[in-house]
Design a protein around this ligand. Sequence first.
Ligand SMILES: [Zn+2]
Length: 275
Amino acid sequence: MFRSATEYRYNRLTWPEINEAIGQEKLIILPTGSTEQHGSHLPLDVDLFLCESVCLEVGRRAADRVLVMPPISYGLNLHHIDFPGTIHIEPDVFINFCLNITKSVAYHGFKKILIVNGHGSNAPLIDLIARKTVLETESLCFATTYFWFLMEAFEKIRESKVVAHADEFETSLYLHLAGDRVQMDKAVEDNDRMGKYVSSDSTMNYFVRFNDFWGRWTKTGVHGDPTKATAEKGKIIFEAAVEGLIGLVDELREWPIERRADMHTHPVQSQIRWT
Ligand SMILES: [Zn+2]
């Protein structure tokens, strides 16, 4: 039995074992997070720690099918810069850096790559990384955010209205995974500025996309109600996220990569490059 069939952490393999993993058609998972303020009750690593924890558990349970890469620890965050500790990466730097990673694993021969995002503001960037990887390599690259897989389970147990940042959902997950690092005595509810069409942190329910500097509308750095969080809720939504992502992994591994057909009846200018 190949060791690469049971080891799910990408960088724990040797190079000959990477060759085996390519032969096993393992799907690559790239977790992405951020280093950013999450109120007075949670550490800066929330998006990174929660997303990586979910991905590593997917790896443990589907070790024969996936390899989880070391995570991306930083993201687009200038809007949080008024809060000490937040690290910001410019969008074009982030896209190019991650694209270099996806292209590297594609180069080696991995045909399926899944980027799992844990930081809302990175979502549009990750969409572009996945699309550019598909267009510039012969591999398929997919983008998702782990919280989509737990929303249905969370709907049944949530006690607060807003899902946004350092809120009931993120705090519950952190309580479940590492409760000793959560300072619940400092948890407070806070909300963004809301209009009819726009809110200052338009995470959901608004047609207009807009994110203001958080230093303009909150003194706490919280958006949502973390006081409603419990470890029990965290356990339920963690399970939902892990099982949902395993379902996605299985679907993506089956997804066909077909040959492209060229419909032109006249010569194309194949020397033109867009990159
Ligand atoms: Zn977060």
